[in-house]
Design a protein around this ligand. Structure first.
Ligand code: FAD
Length: 550
């Protein structure tokens, strides 16, 4: 084991982590790290901000280089060297030196594949026109910057409204470009539920980004003024001086597939929980592999830096003789969109539905990120999804200006430990006026959900409001009601509920709502204790407005 030769293909998130940890665990192994690109260990996640000129120097994106790997870790790094084939029988890989075309072989005792993912480029008419870019590497970002500068670009069309598309929109606006986002789905941020994506879309529009949702791209053309035109399936045309394609990635599995390694049902390399492929001498990590979703239990592709880094460490542990296991992924992610953050962890409602899981309930809330009496409080829009039968946490999504990450991180950790809404109710979190509340938004989420599960606070679903025979009660003040209410609602302000409850029907289910859910909860408690059948709309009319117009 000590004289082991470890060869790693792909030298960024998963590969570089794996290489460095292999050295920390085994001082005498021979470690070779190859990458077909010009750099190893660079910050892909910083690329949109380099294009946007927020990060001004390219060198800041280089977290480590060949010399550091050699001098500090005694690792042989070869950039611009591409692995072109694996000879599993001989335990050798074939490598092409890109500068010269020379092909040579390297033997291995353990081989790690961390080749990442490739940007999807569908074979649409005009896809290869100059000025259409993807963003995966430093050279990509350099090309985009050069194009913007040399063409004095004033406008851009971004195809795809996911994380990278939205980050690029923000950064191009930051550079003074007018930006249109074209997205096939009717919402931005596909992993989010539509009602949580809506405020993000509105925020983009408020920052001048034109949104063309629910319309797929049909092709690209160049018009007479030299601009690129993105044609859509509905017949619309969006012109810009450049186009960014950000419609997702697919795992880089060519090498693995040609070598006969088993692929999974989602098209990624299949690995066990020690990151071992179907060949016991080959490991694979990062964007190229399928992982187990800890919430749905299903195989999934999660192209995120955190899992890639952790998987790289696990593979290194196992190669170096340790019994480490990867716990699975839960898709914890965050994206900055101008001055708000959008974050999620675990499963969304639509992911649960896709997985055929129906045993779940959800609550919405809009608490301030710190107490309202301290200046600068900003609301966080939070959705918590949990199992109906036992309160087990399944997922959360949040949007807001401040401290969104902290709340999602707490819930992410609770999910990893198999926590429940009752655990969130009891969580003891930091509090001083400028940082939170004695009841933190995370506690509130747990309390609302726990109250629902205990039967103290039956929940109405905004999607089913107005069902036949239901009585819809708005407990806000009359002026709020006049400004806009859900069609068919009757107004009875909370403070009058005790005195006037005789006006309410006892033979019908009453769905209550207020502004954000709190007054509705108080009204629910009063009426329940007086024998009425009531449900409250968690998140109130604010959540309802996120999806329906009032
Ligand atoms: P990569 O880091 O992509 O590395 C793969 C490397 O393998 C590449 O350098 C490639 O050249 C090399 N390679 C491939 N095939 C071969 C071969 N045959 N021979 C030699 N070398 C090969 N994740 C987050 O969690 N948060 C973020 O904010 C975030 N932002 C992102 C922004 C952008 C613009 C991009 C592109 C990605 C972002 N990600 C983010 C995703 C994150 O960067 C990836 O999930 C992570 O880098 C995956 O690591 P990996 O090791 O699997 O692949």
């Amino acid at each position: 084991m000590n004289q082991k030769k470890i060869v790693i293909v792909g030298g960024v998130a998963g590969g570089a982590s794996c290489a460095a940890r292999c050295r920390r665990l085994n001082e005498s192994a021979e470690i070779l790290l190859i990458d077909r690109g010009p750099y190893v260990s660079f910050a892909n996640c910083g690329l949109p901000y380099f294009v946007g000129d927020v990060i001004k120097e390219e060198s800041k994106l280089l977290l480590a280089n060949e010399a550091l790997f050699r001098d500090r870790f005694n690792i042989d790094v070869r950039t611009r060297h591409e692995a072109v084939a694996i000879d599993r029988e001989k335990r050798e890989i074939e490598v092409r030196e890109l500068a010269t075309g020379r092909v040579y072989r390297e033997s291995y005792d353990a081989l790690v594949l961390s080749p990442g993912a490739a940007a999807v480029r569908p074979p649409l008419p005009g896809i290869d026109l100059p000025g259409i870019f993807v963003l995966r590497s430093i050279p990509d970002s350099r090309d985009i910057r050069a194009w913007i500068e040399s063409k004095n670009a004033k406008s851009a069309v971004i195809v795809g409204g996911g994380f990278i598309g939205l980050e690029m929109a923000e950064n191009l606006v930051h550079r003074g470009l007018s930006v249109t986002v074209v997205e096939m789905l009717k919402q931005v941020m596909p992993p989010f539920d539509p009602e949580m994506a809506r405020p993000v879309q509105e925020h983009m529009e408020a920052h001048g980004v034109k949104m063309a949702l629910g319309d797929g791209v049909a092709g690209f053309e160049q018009n007479t003024t030299g601009q690129l035109v993105v044609k859509t399936q509905s017949g619309a045309a969006h012109a810009g001086d450049l186009v960014i394609l950000a419609i997702g990635v697919r795992p880089e599995t060519g090498l693995a597939k040609a070598a006969g390694l088993t692929l999974g049902e989602r098209g990624g390399i299949r690995v066990d929980d020690q990151m071992r492929t179907s060949d016991p001498a080959i490991w694979a990590v990062g964007d190229a592999v399928e992982s187990r979703d800890v919430v749905t239990g299903q195989a999934t592709l999660i192209p995120l830096a955190g899992p890639a880094n952790r998987q790289g460490r696990i593979a290194a542990d196992v190669i170096c003789g340790r019994d480490s296991h990867f716990r699975g992924v839960q898709g914890t992610a965050i994206c900055g969109v101008f001055d708000i953050a959008v974050a999620s962890t675990g499963a969304s409602e639509k992911a649960l539905q896709r997985a055929g899981i129906t045993d779940f309930e959800k609550v919405y809330l809009h608490p301030n990120h710190h107490v309202g009496y301290y200046p600068g409080a900003k609301p966080i829009h939070l959705k918590l999804i949990f199992r109906k039968t036992d309160g087990r946490l399944l997922g959360a999504q949040a949007v807001g200006e401040a401290d969104v990450a902290r709340r999602i991180d707490v819930i992410a950790t609770a999910i990893q430990f198999g926590g429940t809404v009752f655990d969130l109710e009891e969580s003891e979190l930091c509090y001083a006026p400028q940082f939170g509340g004695a009841k933190d938004p995370v506690n509130f989420a747990g309390m609302i959900a726990s109250n629902a599960l205990r039967g103290d606070h039956p929940l109405a679903d905004w999607g089913q409001l107005g069902a036949e025979g239901e009585f819809l009660l708005d407990v806000r003040d009359p002026d709020e009601f006049e400004e806009g209410h859900i069609p068919g609602a009757v107004n009875l302000p909370l403070n009058e509920v005790r005195a006037r409850m005789g006006e309410l029907p006892r033979d019908r289910e009453i769905s209550i709502y207020c502004g954000v859910g709190q007054r509705g909860y108080y009204a629910t408690r009063i009426l329940m204790q007086n024998g009425y059948r009531v449900r409250n709309l968690a998140g109130g009319i604010q959540t309802y407005r996120q999806i329906k117009s009032v």
